[in-house]
Design a protein around this ligand. Structure first.
Ligand code: DQA
Length: 144
């Protein structure tokens, strides 16, 4: 099984970036933990600070499913929403380290929520693990 993990802008700064909110682990440490948690899955880890880079990746991926933390783009990128809609052939699962719905009002809207199968948020690294577990079960036909 092939799964693509997409991380959007500023998530390359994890470890240094507002650790009181996002935790002290780096993105590489989180990615290693994801791979260790699901050794049977072939993961690709992609991070970009650029909207177009994320869109190109969504358009061209050969993965069977995608876990996406679109970071700030979650709240205003119609283009990333449209890219997800253009890949109706594969499932997307939204994830966030924090729970944006409990933060500033401008973070309460997600433009990708309703085009993803499910959202996992607010549990730091564990949000990614839960999102991957859900996607794996979905791809095996065990989840709707
Ligand atoms: C985030 C939440 C977003 O609002 C924020 O812009 C991020 C990270 C999260 O994982 O909690 O960059 O997606």
């Amino acid at each position: 099984m092939n799964i693509l993990i997409i991380n959007g802008p500023n998530l390359n700064m994890l470890g240094k970036r507002q650790p009181e909110l996002y935790g002290g682990e780096t993105l590489n440490e989180i990615n290693d933990c994801i791979q260790r948690s699901f050794p049977e899955v072939d993961f690709e880890f992609f991070q970009s600070n650029h909207e177009g880079g994320i869109i190109d990746k969504i358009q061209t991926t050969a993965a069977q499913g995608v876990v996406i933390n679109a970071a700030a783009y979650t709240h205003y990128s119609i283009a990333i929403r449209d890219a997800i809609l253009s890949r109706a052939d594969i499932p997307f699962v939204e994830t966030h380290l924090t729970n944006p719905k409990e933060r500033e009002p401008f973070r309460r809207i997600s433009l990708i929520e309703d085009v993803c199968k499910k959202t996992f948020a607010g549990k730091k690294k564990e949000s990614y693990i839960e999102a991957c577990r859900y996607l794996i079960e979905y791809l095996k036909g065990e989840k709707k």
